[in-house]
Design a binder for this molecule. Structure first.
Ligand code: URA
Ligand code: SF4
Length: 279
């Protein structure tokens, strides 16, 4: 092909198909170049999980008992939990309610010693993104690379998150990305209840300042914290919940997707719902 525009179009199509496949789509065969989904030699443990593309994905088989009844594309999932925690006391001595900007919150986080997670941290990871972000992504807590850099979702799970956001045409730079706890739990263990309780006022205050159109809760810790429930992630998916009135969509954590590529397709469904709520 000599037409540069046609080539550009094909590159675009290829990028699009790669994204589709990343998120659990079926194998696609293009006339030239490598066949997506059947390329041998994927690096083990890499984000690219092409070898799984031919496996059936949940929702692909009509008789799957775990699959909720298909919704027409134009319909949103039903309403779920509404959580409206009381705001903090403006007259208390705690400086957090007085923090007027995300930077001011980050400064308070930087010197925080409210829970034992302060002991082994190298950097606090308050979160990052523009103050006018329409989407806020909430994960669980910083991992090793996040602790080293002070930035959220920059390790392997973060790379996958960046691709997921690109696939719904939301460049990562336009999204506020943060976590329930702002310091790394040792060995990446799940944060404990008292650690979450100590840290969550920072997240709630960030959300009050951001006032996003949608919150995407990735993983059980984020979902259960934002909705004040012990229900499983599976039970919480596919509903439009609310946190202080803001729609909350629950989906799998990107680290879980790296372990179980069968969850990519349902995650793709969830993020598309979140995208529609932003539009
Ligand atoms: N996992 C999370 O939940 N948050 C991060 O920032 C990185 C990995
Ligand atoms: Fe403070 Fe949160 Fe870090 Fe605990 S995890 S020390 S509450 S910032």
């Amino acid at each position: 092909m000599t037409d540069p525009q046609g080539r550009g179009g094909q590159a675009l199509a290829r990028a699009f198909l790669e994204q589709q496949q990343l998120l659990g789509g079926d194998v696609v065969i293009l006339p030239d170049g490598p066949t997506l989904g059947s390329t041998p030699g994927s690096r083990p443990g890499s984000v690219d999980s092409r070898s799984h593309a031919i496996e059936p994905t949940p929702g692909a088989s009509p008789g799957n008992p775990n699959t909720p009844a298909a919704q027409p594309a134009s319909e949103l999932p039903p309403a779920g939990i509404s959580y409206d925690p009381p705001g903090s006391d403006l007259f208390a001595t705690d400086p957090l309610p007085q923090a007027r900007s995300l930077d001011a919150v980050a400064q308070l986080v930087a010197s925080c010693t409210k829970c034992r997670l302060c002991e082994a941290r190298r950097h606090t990871v308050p979160g990052e993104g523009p103050p006018d972000a329409r989407l806020v992504v909430v994960g669980e807590g910083p991992g090793r690379v996040e602790d080293e850099t002070g930035r959220p979702f920059v390790g392997q799970a973060g790379e996958l998150l960046t691709k997921i956001l690109a696939a719904i045409e939301l460049p990562r730079e336009r999204v506020f990305i943060c976590n329930v706890v702002k310091c790394r739990p040792p060995e990446n263990r799940v944060p404990q209840y008292d650690e979450i309780a100590a840290c969550v006022p920072y997240l709630f205050h960030q959300l009050d300042l951001l006032k996003p159109a949608v919150i995407l809760a990735m993983g059980g810790t984020a979902a259960q914290t934002l909705l004040n429930t012990k229900q499983s992630l599976g039970a919480l998916r596919n509903q439009v919940h609310r946190f202080r009135g803001i729609p909350v969509i629950v989906t799998y954590h990107p680290a879980a997707l790296l372990r179980n590529p069968n969850w990519k397709k349902p995650t793709w469904d969830d993020v598309r719902i979140a995208r529609r709520l932003i539009a």
